[in-house]
Ligand binder design. Structure first.
Ligand SMILES: Nc1ncnc2c1ncn2[C@@H]1O[C@H](COP(=O)(O)OP(=O)(O)OP(=O)(O)O)[C@@H](O)[C@H]1O
Ligand SMILES: Cc1ncc(COP(=O)(O)O)c(N)n1
Length: 266
């Protein structure tokens, strides 16, 4: 009997439920795909910030990969918080050794909205050397794009410089997210010599938690359903915009997104 393919989130746990593994699984469930997980770290976190964090032993990270990959067929993976250099290395090696190549979405989480570090800075070089080169799409926000490339984004032409530099490291495509800019919430997508924008009205409702995780995991879910990069980004942008428009307050800090079941199963 044929097996239904699954998707995988490789990320950290957010005890507050708004970001990380929790946001990814809610997105997968809403979009009708079966989500599996490799947990890289556990944060004590709420809508105000990250209070504490521990990294998972690389051998246990590897064991989670092995358990899932030897039993199930993984059509798409998404990475989020990766904690440190050893974990980035373990994750890169394990994804590269899957028997069937999955779609690979890298959300290079460097710091949470609350500015706590979720990846040690020494790990950035290994991310550039090992993980980004095997990715189909990398989705930095503006501060992350600047850290990864050492290029300050001041004008729109800087977006292209950043994207080309990331593609030179081996990323097949780059989506620079516009949550941290002003005006419309426009995401800039560079792929080979193509350039596309995905735009939505900016919702001015204070700070939000989990937007990047939700967009990345929606791209991952749609890739597993459509096998088409542009279609997946378009649908994922629509999904995150709807979730932002319906965001709500659960604590004293950032609002969280409403992840709701989608009827349009493309
Ligand atoms: N206020 C907003 N209104 C509409 N869309 C937004 C808003 N803020 C972010 N977005 C969209 O949410 C998605 C995630 O972008 P963002 O730049 O916020 O990612 P991120 O910084 O990784 O997430 P986070 O802020 O949760 O860390 C993008 O599609 C972006 O355009
Ligand atoms: C475990 C974990 N992973 C990722 C994020 C980034 O999410 P955000 O930038 O939306 O706070 C987070 N806060 N916690």
């Amino acid at each position: 009997m044929s097996k239904t393919k699954v998707v995988m989130s490789i990320a950290g746990s957010d005890s507050g439920g708004g970001a990380g593994i929790q946001a990814d699984l809610k997105t997968f469930q809403s979009l009708g795909v079966f989500g599996t997980t490799v947990i890289t770290g556990v944060t004590a976190q709420n809508t105000v910030g990250v209070q504490n964090a521990v990294h998972i032993e690389p051998s246990l990270v590897a064991a989670q990969f092995e358990s899932v990959a030897k039993d199930m067929e993984i059509s798409a993976v998404k990475t989020g918080m990766l904690s440190n250099a050893q974990i980035v290395e373990t994750v890169s090696d394990n994804i590269a050794s899957f028997p069937t190549k999955p779609w690979i979405v890298i959300d290079p989480v460097l710091a949470a909205t609350s500015v706590d570090l979720l990846l040690e800075r020494q790990a950035v070089s290994i991310l550039l050397e090992k993980l980004i080169p095997i990715s189909d799409i990398i989705t930095p926000n503006i501060p992350e794009a600047e850290i990864l490339t050492d290029i300050k984004i001041e004008h729109s032409k800087d977006l292209q410089k950043v994207a080309y530099k990331l593609m030179e490291t081996g990323a097949k495509s780059v989506l620079i997210k516009g949550g941290h800019s002003s005006g419309k919430a426009t995401d800039h997508f560079f792929w080979k010599d193509e350039y596309h924008t995905f735009s939505a009205e900016r919702v001015g409702i204070g700070s939000l938690h989990g937007t990047g995780c939700t967009l990345g995991s929606a791209i991952c879910a749609y890739l597993s359903k459509t096998n088409d990069l542009l279609t997946s980004i378009r649908f994922a942008k629509k999904y995150v915009t709807q979730a932002i428009n319906n965001s709500f307050i659960i604590g004293e800090g950032s609002k969280v997104l409403l992840q709701s079941l989608q009827s349009n199963n493309c």
